[in-house]
Write a protein that binds this ligand. Structure first.
Ligand SMILES: Nc1ncnc2c1ncn2[C@@H]1O[C@H](COP(=O)(O)OP(=O)(O)OP(=O)(O)O)[C@@H](O)[C@H]1O
Ligand SMILES: [Mg+2]
Length: 267
C-alpha cells in the first residue's frame, strides 16, 4: 500500500476513493484509488505517471482537467472540488490548438475568462510565447505544417501555463515528435519547471524520459487500477543531456523497469 502525504499540508491534487465503471458497477476499471500531490508553492513538483496501456492514466488526468467525473470518489484541486472554474489545463499528444487562429490568439485564449483587456492578454501571451521559444511566430496560424509538431506543442504548453500557472497536465505530450524535437522539448519543459515551479503531472510510456523529468514517479496497476509503486528520483535538480550518462541515471531506469515488470505480474 502506498502511503501518500496525509498531513494537514495543502494538497494541490487530492483524489480519494476513486472508482470508475462504465457498466453500472459490474466491472471497475479503477477502484479504491487514492492520489495526493502535496503543494510545494515555491518548488512545484514534477510527477510522472507510468502504467500499462488502458490502465487509466488519461482518465486520471481527465478528472483533474474537469473533462470527466469518476463514478465514485472525490477529486479536488487546491482544496476545491473540480468544477467549470476549478480545473487544470491539459496538453495532449495530438496537437490541440485552434488551427484557424494565430499563435498569439491561441496562447491568449487561456486568459479569456480572466477579465483582462485584450492588450493586457496579448502582452502576457507574448511573454509566454517568448519563454517557449516561439517569438517571431506569433502571427502564424497554429496549424501543421505551418508550424512543426514541436512548435505546436510549445503553443499548447504556453496556453496551458497562462491559463493556470500552478498546474500543468500532460498526456504523452511528446509521443508524436521525432527524437531530436522530443529531447529539445524535454529540456524546455524541465527549464520551465525549474524557473516557474508549477506542479506538472506528466504521462509517458518512455522510462528514460520519465526518469529524466521526474521528481517522483508513480506506477499504476490495471484491472482494476490504482497506484501501487512510488519511486523517488534523487537526481540533481539541474539536469542536462549528460545526466543521462550518469551511472545513477541508468540505475534508476533499471529500477523503474523492474518495478514496472513487478506491477505487470500483479495482473
Ligand atoms: N466510454 C467508455 N466505455 C468503456 N470503457 C471505457 C470508456 N472510456 C474509457 N474506457 C476504458 O477505460 C480504460 C482506461 O482508459 P485510459 O484512456 O485512461 O487508459 P490509459 O492508461 O491512458 O491508456 P494508454 O496508455 O493507452 O493511453 C481503458 O481500458 C478504456 O478501454
Ligand atoms: Mg492515455
Amino acid at each position: 500500500m502506498l502511503s501518500f502525504n496525509d498531513s494537514d499540508l495543502k494538497n494541490i491534487v487530492e483524489m480519494r476513493g476513486i472508482g470508475q465503471s462504465y457498466d453500472g458497477g459490474k466491472n471497475w476499471i479503477i477502484k479504491d484509488l487514492d492520489f495526493l500531490i502535496e503543494d510545494k508553492p515555491d518548488q512545484g513538483q514534477f510527477v510522472v505517471i507510468l502504467g500499462m496501456s488502458g490502465c487509466g492514466k488519461s482518465t486520471i488526468l481527465r478528472y483533474i482537467a474537469g473533462l470527466q467525473k469518476p463514478t465514485e470518489g472525490e477529486v479536488k484541486l487546491a482544496g476545491q472540488p473540480i468544477s467549470e472554474k476549478v480545473r487544470a489545463s491539459m496538453v495532449f499528444q495530438q496537437y490541440s490548438s485552434l488551427p484557424w487562429m494565430s499563435v498569439l490568439d491561441n496562447v491568449a485564449l487561456g486568459l479569456r475568462y480572466k477579465g483582462m483587456s485584450k492588450a493586457e492578454r496579448n502582452d502576457k501571451a507574448m511573454e509566454m510565447i517568448e519563454m517557449v521559444g516561439l517569438a517571431g511566430h506569433e502571427k502564424k496560424y497554429a496549424q501543421y505544417p505551418k508550424l512543426s509538431g514541436g512548435q505546436l506543442q510549445r503553443v499548447a504548453i504556453a496556453r496551458s501555463l497562462l491559463a493556470n500557472p500552478e498546474i500543468l497536465l500532460m498526456d504523452e505530450p511528446f509521443g508524436a515528435l521525432d527524437i531530436n524535437t522530443r529531447l529539445q522539448m524535454q529540456d524546455l519543459l524541465s527549464g520551465i519547471w525549474r524557473k516557474f515551479h508549477p506542479t506538472i503531472i506528466f504521462v509517458t510510456h518512455d522510462i528514460p524520459e520519465a526518469v529524466y523529468l521526474a521528481d517522483d514517479i508513480y506506477i499504476m496497476k490495471s484491472a482494476p487500477s490504482r497506484f501501487v509503486e512510488h519511486i523517488d528520483i534523487d537526481l540533481p535538480l539541474e539536469r542536462n543531456r549528460y545526466t543521462k550518462r550518469d551511472p545513477h541515471f541508468t540505475e534508476l531506469v533499471h529500477a523503474v523497469e523492474d518495478r514496472m515488470m513487478k506491477v505487470a505480474e500483479m495482473g
